[in-house]
Design a protein around this ligand. Structure first.
Ligand code: FES
Length: 438
């Protein structure tokens, strides 16, 4: 697919020039006896590369000084991206370029997603996810890549990053297709930040020999958590997954230990466990991945604060004693509860989680169909700060009804600091941030 791009003499006389060929904008550089052709948009943020400098075979972009091997396009600055280069032939004093498409653009995006996660580069993660989703990849693919990365490269195990990653994955079914890459990017960037600078996690293998009974493993798991033995606890989880425990069994095993003490680690252990199980729901319960993800919870269980050990929970009011009395009153109270109230207390995390997702979906469908029937802006036209009040305030808000019956948020009168217009400031600050490499 060779195309004529320029006259050789012109390239040599000017040193570099721009050529428009079949919808491509190329930068041609004279280099000794040869000529190099590259995409004229810098892969980092789009600066025109014909204004860059080629010296000693290295092309430097003049915006953030990313440097590229002009022959292969490889970058020396991982926060930039690989530069597309085009093979060149010189025929009868003319420069011809080969515009044949790249072999597998998705393979490059997958590799760059790995680079972005390893080096905590949100811009690289964003470009990779957009490239994958727009290139036709299943959104579950980048989610799974993040889950594998986060459960392997964070020594303390499952944490806030993977939790946020799971939260954004839960939104995928109710988001516009155009918004899915954005949600994935937020989750992946959060977990890359959470893993940055951490040692990798070396997983404990399951018990050797015949598979153990899951009930026995559950009992042992609770004992190991009780005495704060993280490795013993992890071996029980890994062995239970390897023994073929299904998700309700694993849920019971984990939640039993999470509720052996009062409100451990202010609820984080329960949050993390829920999100680990939901993540596996998203990727389809691959046993090997399930073993790694669930085992990564063990450290959190073993070393969690137990609120009955906290002075604030014991003095001057003994909150634990109040909680214990409430627990004693629960069994007789249960039959009098409504069906939906009882349902929310039922063991078995999978059923509860699926019901919640379905409720979110139903609620979302109702909101958006109501909006469109009233001629209000569609989901696609929501502003980027949607979900927060238009004034940009957060937290301290009141919900009121508008004349059209829709609900909106207004800033609380008790607020002293006006944040009106923060959306514009956010855009201004993000464009300022774009002048820095990351
Ligand atoms: S746009 Fe070229 S280095 Fe940033």
């Amino acid at each position: 697919m060779l195309r004529r791009a320029a006259v050789l003499e012109d390239v040599r006389r000017l040193g570099s020039l721009v050529a428009h060929v079949d919808g491509h904008t190329l930068a041609l550089f004279a280099d000794g006896d040869g000529v190099h052709a590259v995409d004229n948009r810098c892969p980092h943020m789009g600066f025109p590369l014909h204004r860059g400098t080629l010296s000693g075979g290295i092309l430097t972009c003049h915006w953030h000084h990313a440097r590229f091997d002009v022959a292969t396009g490889g970058t020396f600055d991982q926060w930039a991206d690989e530069l597309r280069v085009f093979p060149v032939e010189v025929r009868d004093g003319e420069v011809w370029v080969d515009l044949a498409p790249l072999g597998d653009p998705l393979a490059l995006r997958r590799a760059r997603l790995g680079d972005g996660l390893e080096r905590n580069l949100p811009l690289v993660i964003a470009k990779s996810v957009i490239g994958l989703v727009e290139g036709g990849a299943d959104p579950v693919e980048p989610f799974r890549a993040g889950l594998e990365f986060g459960s392997r490269y964070r020594a303390p195990g499952f944490g806030q990053g993977l939790t946020m990653h799971a939260c954004f994955a839960n939104l995928l079914p109710v988001l516009d297709p155009d918004d899915r890459a954005h949600a994935l990017h937020q989750g992946l960037s959060a977990l890359a930040l959470d893993c940055a600078g951490m040692a990798p996690r070396f997983a404990v293998r399951p018990l050797p020999g015949a598979e153990k009974d899951v009930e026995v493993l559950t009992r042992w798991f609770r004992q190991f958590v009780e005495v704060r033995d993280a490795e013993g606890a992890e071996r029980c989880i890994a062995s239970a997954v390897r023994a073929g425990a299904d998700d309700p069994q694993l849920g019971r095993m984990l939640f039993a230990a999470a509720t052996d003490h009062r409100y451990i680690r202010t609820g984080h252990v329960l949050d993390f466990t829920n999100k680990a199980l939901e993540s596996l729901d998203v990727v389809g319960w691959d046993r090997e991945l399930a073993e790694r993800v669930l085992a990564s919870l063990a450290t959190e269980y073993a070393f969690a604060d137990r609120m009955e050990e906290s002075n604030a929970w014991r003095h001057p009011v003994d909150v634990v004693a109040i909680v214990e009395r409430a627990f004693e009153r629960l069994p007789p109270a249960l039959p009098a509860m409504s069906r939906s109230q009882r349902h929310s207390l039922r063991p078995g995390p999978v059923r509860t989680r699926r019901c919640c997702s379905e409720r979110i979906r139903r609620r979302s469908r109702t909101i958006w169909s109501t909006r469109s029937s009233r001629g209000l802006p569609s989901r696609r036209s929501r502003p980027p700060w949607s979900g927060r009040p238009p004034c940009g305030s957060r937290g301290s808000t009141r919900r009121t009804s508008s004349p059209t019956g829709t609900r909106r948020c207004t800033p609380s009168r008790s607020r002293t600091r006006c944040t009106r217009g923060s959306g514009a400031r956010l855009r201004a600050s993000s464009s300022a941030a774009s002048s820095t490499p990351r």
